[in-house]
Design a protein around this ligand. Sequence first.
Ligand code: NAD
Length: 473
Amino acid sequence: MQHRDRFYINGQWEAPSGEERLEVLNPATEGLCASVPRASSEDVEKALSAAQAALPAWAATSAQRRYELLMAAADEMQRRYDELCDVHVTTLGSPIQTTGAIHVDGPIEGMRYYAERAFKMEQTERKEGVVISHEPIGVCSLINPWNYPLSQLIGKLAPALAAGCTVVAKPAEQTPLQDFIMAEIFDSIGLPPGVFNLVTGVGPEIGPVMAGHPYVDMVSFTGSTTAGANVAENAAPGIKRVCQELGGKSPLVITEEADLNAAVRLCVENVMANTGQTCDALTRMLVPRKQLQQAAKLAGEIAKEQIVGDPGDSSTTMGPLVSRRQKDLVVGFIQSGLEDGATLIEGGVEAPEGFSKGYYIRPTIFSDVRNDMKIAREEIFGPVLCIIAYDTLEEAIEIANDTAYGLSSAVYARDVDEALPIARRLKAGQCYIQGAEFSFDAPFGGYKQSGNGREWGDEGLLEYVETKAILGA
Ligand code: NAD
């Protein structure tokens, strides 16, 4: 059990202004596993003041110094690897078997990736009579969700610090603990006071201050489309930059000549990872109509391979959903799929056998899904795959693009030559072809209601940067 009593503000462990606390439940046991202070506006203002005061000196540090500090932070993350894994197991319900690979390795590498990019801030570009340079945008509010809590934090924090920005971070209510470990890490490596500040609290309560306070220059938000819109509204009067990473309903187009086994396996494993709580999961699988039955059968068999269980057990491949609310939402979606006439191939609304406690759910596969059904239109955020049949490739592309979202997409075809022209026509920020893997060099972000910013890659750094042109130089 972890009880945290203080925020990290201005290089100190600061007592909260009030007595209220947030309780964190272990989704596998439904028991209390941690508690953290519940920030008021006053606490957030204190953190923002510290970030504002620290900004001039931090923005003026050399890229070399920022590089060294970020690399030192990455080394400390590596040293505290097991603790970082543990908090994902207890608060998110992530299986111990995959937690390091899914939740911790990437953030450590991401920290190093942006450490190296600090040097980009010292590069100027000279054109005819014009010098173009880059400066940190200023004080940034970082608001994160619970599904990849460390990864989401580092995807914002590492480029912000590399650019020379100062930050106030707020983790999701369900998963605050990794942020406290990061605060301890920054404290131990001697990051100057006020550069990284941490508050914990309830989004709708402190979000308006984090987005709208005069000291804030930029807000980076990851979460639901509704909350993202609210952040943008609160930031608008102050003309603050807002980077939004929101929801998704990403398609995988499988062509007739693709290796169906490989494509279906890729899709099912992708959707089941992190118990389906992944914003860019390939939750709509589009298959040629004549292969629908075979694809559905294969998907059902692959889904059965999942071992649902206690996240602390090393054989478990799928833990519980993060919360009771999330479980109720996902069960509601499965119910609506049944009512709308989709064919249930595997899974369903009942809890997996033997689980009377914990927010467990069955890996679920629906076939005969039409793209106008609720389960194909709305983000489920659980281990539920929709298989949709198409008659022509043209129709497949139309169905793939017929969504309010546009975060990610994928194509599995005969080969890259067949996949590439299809990939170019999908309206999404990313497209993975032939089972390609995540890359830090690939900017990540959405079209349409999936957001308007980019994380990772050089583009991820530019979110935290102002461009200055000096003419006549
Ligand atoms: P959520 O929007 O409820 O919460 C996310 C964060 O925003 C939390 O820290 C919460 O406290 C805060 N928040 C809530 N309301 C707020 C407000 N009005 N103002 C400011 N902050 C507020 O979302 P969630 O249910 O925790 O997360 C799941 C959603 O996040 C899914 O829709 C998922 O697709 C999305 N997501 C997107 C990405 C991406 O990179 N595109 C990554 C992960 C999750």
